[in-house]
Write a protein that binds this ligand. Structure first.
Ligand code: CP
Length: 317
């Protein structure tokens, strides 16, 4: 297996099956630190740089929390408008990361342009972690979700997935790439204008992903062991910031997971994931049903980032 030390985490497309399990093992080893709300000293000599060109609650703060849990330091920006990349100069990715690499030992970047973290990785001499790039990918979120499934179900192989939402979404791309390494049939349900592109589907077929598409969650929920939901009412991820203007509408029933739907149609031991933030696609009364796992998923988001930081910084092999 390739070492993770010094490695960029840009896409799940290039991840091998044994690498997923290795990351899950490291996460499980570090998890007690987060469970006990302790801070250790594993990364006490290291600094994380956060470069966020798009809003985030979870991804940025989970990386920062993970770094604190491991005794490391954090610097960076959460609003590129207050940097030279977001003012008159429109400073390039290259010029920006050629600075940031002197301020820390690993950079986590979120950007509205697909491929921006890859561009950063071309120039930086320290690892780049993709915290979400436009409609591209969101690898650390899907690693979190897979780790959640492994913990909750004891396995990933053999489980049937239902993915609901906007298939242009970066999480959906990372999920599809990841599941090519597991025995996991998946059904995608999305509005036609947000469906998987023909190009992406051709790529998934090349990787032998067992997938199908359906129009309504009711057509697929009864078989699902894992239900992963993203909004269909959501901002434009190619913008640095997309303000809500007026009434944005409600989620059609086809893409909504209600308490009644779960109670009448879902397997009693299925689990429901949502990386959040949400609109109305998972109503809040679902939170206290036995299917919901999104708060566990959020906790695991810190654990997974601990594992990734420890691995790419060479503190764990
Ligand atoms: N799930 C996720 O990426 O959340 P944030 O946009 O808050 O980081």
């Amino acid at each position: 297996m390739r070492s993770f030390a010094g490695r960029d985490i840009l896409s799940l497309k290039d991840f091998e099956r044994n690498e997923f399990f290795h990351i899950f093992d490291v996460a499980a080893e570090l998890e007690p630190i987060a469970v006990q709300r302790r801070n250790s000293d594993l990364l006490k000599e290291k600094t994380l740089v956060t470069a966020f060109y798009q809003p985030s609650t979870r991804t940025r703060l989970a990386h920062e929390a993970a770094m604190h849990r491991l005794g490391g330091h954090v610097t960076g920006f959460a609003d590129a408008k207050m940097t030279r990349a977001g003012d008159f100069y429109q400073e390039s990715i290259k010029d920006t990361v050629k600075m940031l690499e002197f301020y820390g030992d690993v950079i986590v970047m979120r950007h509205f342009q697909q491929g921006a973290p890859h561009e950063a990785a071309k120039w930086a001499s320290i690892p780049i972690i993709n915290g979400g790039d436009g409609w591209g990918e969101h690898p650390t979120q899907i690693l979190t979700d897979l780790y959640t499934v492994l913990k909750e179900k004891g396995t990933i192989d053999g489980l049937k997935w239902l993915a609901v939402g906007d298939m242009r979404m970066r999480t959906m791309h990372s999920l599809a790439y990841a599941l090519t390494q597991f025995d996991c049939p998946i059904t995608f349900v999305s509005p036609p204008e947000m469906s998987l592109t023909e190009e992406f589907k051709a790529e998934l077929r090349q990787y032998s992903l067992d997938f199908r598409e359906a129009e309504h969650v009711e057509q697929a929920i009864a078989d699902a062991d894992v239900i992963l939901v993203e909004p269909v009412v959501q901002p434009d991820y190619t913008k640095s910031r997309d303000e809500r203007k007026g009434d944005v509408g409600l989620t059609p029933a086809n893409y909504k997971i209600t308490r009644e739907l779960l109670a009448t149609k879902a397997k009693s031991d299925a689990i429901l994931l949502h990386s959040l933030p949400r609109m109305d696609e998972v109503p809040t009364d679902v939170d206290i049903t036995r299917w919901s796992r999104y708060w566990q998923e959020a906790f695991n988001g810190v654990v997974m980032r601990m594992a990734l930081l420890a691995l790419v910084l060479g503190a764990m092999e």
